[in-house]
Design a protein around this ligand. Sequence first.
Ligand code: M6R
Length: 582
Amino acid sequence: MCGIVGYIGYRKAAPTILNCLKALEYRGYDSAGIATASNGSLHVKRDVGKIAEVHEKHNLRDLGGSIGIGHTRWATHGVPSMANAHPLVDCTGKLAIVHNGVIENYSEIKEWLSKKGHKFKSDTDTEVAAHLIEENLKRGLNLEKAVGSAVARFKGNYAFAVLRLGEKKLVLARDGSPLVVGFGKNEMFAASDVPALLKYTRQFAFMEDGDVAVITRKGAQFIHKGRRVKRRKTNVNWSADMAQKEGWPHFTIKEINEQVVSIPAALRVGVKRGAELVRKAKRIHIIGCGTSYHASLIFKQLLANHAGLECDAWVASEYKEGAVIKPGTLVIAVSQSGETLDTALAVKHAKAKRAKVLAITNVVGSSLARGANANIYINAGPEVSVVATKTFTAQVAVLTSLALAVAGKKPKKGRFAKKIKQVLKLGRQIKKIAKKLRTTNDYFFIGRGLMAPVSMEGALKLKEIAYVHAEAYPAGELKHGPLSLIADGIPIIALAPTGANEPKMLGNIKECKARGGRIMAVSNSLRIIREADWGVNMPKACDELTPLLYIIPLQLLAYYACLERKLDPDKPRNLAKSVTVE
Ligand code: M6R
């Protein structure tokens, strides 16, 4: 999704903004640009491509002034092009704007503005904001009022940063898309999220939906529905180094390896208050998108098996379509970013029906965390790679503790970090498997019980970064249809730890082999490993912790499959780290 940066202070704005934009690259984008103001002129440079490419072509550092805004654009309205790249300017050439989100009613506003003589130079929805603010300024409003009055006309979701020549301030606005204000000494920052600014500050205020903010060198003022309001400052204990590669070739593999620390840390997170809420609830719903949904499915099973409680798991974007929400319903909203719009809208819907919300997020002060009745932070540290790896296992760890705590139990951790290390060492073997499979473009993942959602997560990882077709099925479902697709050479990744499901998994593996399938078995059972073309030998763990170990070989497989195809695992095409559109 688009990334926004704003700076005002004593430094040269352009290089500062450039550094912050680089830290936002993981959000995914197709064009980039910066606008600054100095010596009575507005300077704008922008183009299609990665920041390094745009910089190489235009020298983005070479823009004067100590006030400016920057942007990485993820195209929605209008193709990736120089004309559609942000910052966009108004007719006077004195006002520049960057935007994240979608203005749904932009065409009618554009028509109205065109009739008033405004000339549009892009196909974006964003440009209407620049011209509408210009129109409001003509009416004599100051910049914050002009922005406030413009955004009041918009339907959809947005975060804006606005720069106007001659003003010693930046104006920000947010509704539905994230925007944080960073505090420095004689300098202030704005960005779409915290990691972008960690090099400069650890003190943040999170804007609320409907807020307009004015930042000057000296501080910030927040306005909500025309009134001055206070927004609490939060200190974030992440460091800029945590969001660096630190010698690893990619963030993806760095973060996969960090699980040796992040999983045990997440297993130590306190869940007492959350467990009380679950116990008291009349109905329990758990919602999330993508990876967070897969973590939710694991919770659903653990809660049933350990606490005997029923829980509905929903893909957040489908929640409104059929969930029965009554007072007394507890919605557990799972989102590593805490900014996913689909999840936010599902929560809004549930709250309107008087449900309580327990948020499970990684980002302190994120929108989801602020709007919830209670929070559990998963403590995974910043995750830069677009694909979720360590945040998935941290979510699963916290949800496992939560499900067990409801029943007054704790996970049997043993020497779990040692087991994680052992699994990470399988990387070399998995790299070889990925090499053998480098021309294969269809994969099946199968598992039963807790391994079914883990299979789904493994298939998602492979799709996301290796761009190959991968399907996941509860192993028992194979015979109800997909078995017809198993033919010579098709790889089947079978997750089969020892336990009650082992004999059935053995049967499923044999079924696939009989039809020519090649089996990569992830298991701690010799019987299973012997059946496999590639046996990935796992350490034994107690049942409830197996998902935390069994996902790691699948993350590694996706990573090495991606490298085999000469792709960039950190920035998969078309995907974004926090998805702030519906
Ligand atoms: O920030 P969230 O956990 O709410 O994000 C939800 C999904 O967008 C996310 O898990 C997505 O599926 C990732 N690309 C997974 O790698």
